[in-house]
Design a protein around this ligand. Sequence first.
Ligand code: IYR
Length: 224
Amino acid sequence: MKATNYPYIEYSKETFSNEEMLQRSKDYLDFTDKRRTVRDFSSEEIPLEIMENIIMTASTAPSGAHKQPWTFCLISNKALKKELRNLAEEEEKKSYNGRMSEEWLKDLAPLGTNWEKEFLDTVPWIIVVMKKAYDLEENGNKRTNYYVSESVGLACGFLLLAIHNAGLVALTHTPSPMNFISKALKRPENERPFLLIPVGKPATKIQVPDLKRKEKNQVIEYYL
Ligand code: IYR
């Protein structure tokens, strides 16, 4: 398929035998299966360029009409991290003490979460992923973006695996409601907070919940 009047370039992708594909797919599954959400971070600093590479990996994700409707706010500023912690905790306190249903709190119990978000203070980096509801041109014109949540969700998936691949850990944090983030980061009106992702090395000797992942027959419906 080829649209006329637009530039096209040659694209070639390495292919493999079935045997090699089987091995590669298994190896990658083993690797991704080792990713865990972590809530206890070391404060060890991580170089900026590593974070930039991770974010640019996320930005290779497919997006509606290739609009790449995302901004990644990359935060190491200590005062700002403290401010985000305070604001997040203010909201989370209200959520855990009344806004969340009994069922929700029960579902979260095995994860051991609560309103306290100390990690926002201790991590070397916080990535705040913003989704662009529409694009704002310099002259103030609005341009439509498409499948914005799907696109930004895909970019976050790429981001999490890039973090894992670099040897770092992350937490997909969703303080709710998130409007305080737009204010604290002074984001433009076309951007909405999507996820807040602390990134760093794990603290020493941490534990994670003994979660089981669903089996093949629980997540695949076959139509062969
Ligand atoms: N946003 C709260 C609650 C929370 C909700 C879900 I769904 C989780 O998987 C984990 C936490 C918090 O961050 O604590």
